[in-house]
Design a protein around this ligand. Sequence first.
Ligand code: ASN
Ligand code: ZN
Ligand code: CA
Length: 333
Amino acid sequence: KFEGINTGTGTGVFVGNVTIGTTLSGSTYQMKDTTRGGMYTTDMNNGTSGNGTLFSKSTDTWGNGSASNRESAAVDAHFGVSKTWDFYKNTFGRSGIRNDGVGAYSRVHYDSNYTNAFWDDSCFCMTYGDGSGDTHPLTELDVAGHEMTHGVTAATANLNYSGESGGLNESTSDVFGTMVEFYANIPSDNPDYLIGELIDLNGNGTPLRYMDQPSKDGASADYWSSTVGNKDVHYSSGVGNHFFYLLSEGSGAKVVNGVSYNSPTQGNIAVTGIGRDKAAAIWYRALTTYWTSTTNYANARTGMLSAATDLYGANSAEYNAVATAWAAVNVGS
Ligand code: ASN
Ligand code: ZN
Ligand code: CA
């Protein structure tokens, strides 16, 4: 045993059996990962204020997969922040949410019957409730990636959280939350273009959001219209989510990782996908280079065309696919 960096074994509610970064301090193991900016995970013990208590114990084996074991949700959260760190580092060379090498910390078991999760820039921390009945925590990978991407957006384009820029802010979180899920690629959380498919927030087994056809949730927009900015940002995000699905996978019916999708388009415009890795690279460059706090959907399109030109060349296949996919969600020139 060496004091310092360790690799523990954990069993989360959603991630199953995984390794997590821990630290040995004296004879106590802590849920703290010094290889990823010092990120750590704490127990809020159903309270709502303060930083919580760092998860610590005498062995390096954490959780048992059941939500009634307090460590299980912590394993999910700790693994989620690790995969989000690795995704941004290995995909875009981004070192942490603010690109300053500092890891965020996570707080689990926040409040009682709390059916949300959120990022807070002021504490530079992630927080998760345990869901209704305190039995199904919100500690899913795409939720972790979604919430921490709010931190990345705040540190870059800083899209205002209302109107169309707010929809783009939410969509950016759904896009990279989904990319984190694909990056992690673990058997117990089959990567998909659905948001929150494991946490059952609706209580009937349906996901929170659908990227191939956002209106399937009963409220999100599939296409841009002049009033889309009046919707809640979690519904105006549909335009961006639909665009990202189309740019990645193309229009019409498709099966990805065993999940069936069917993505319609405005005016039946046919879109040929360029793959999610290129789509995400173009989105990330637009977010970090061209978009500002007041970027709307029309501006998002021009920023992405510039990003596609930078990455793949003017009038490349990728550039043309960006233009076609925006047209297919009714965002034109
Ligand atoms: N989970 C929500 C979100 O990330 C929290 C919020 O309302 N900001 O959008
Ligand atoms: Zn959000
Ligand atoms: Ca998902």
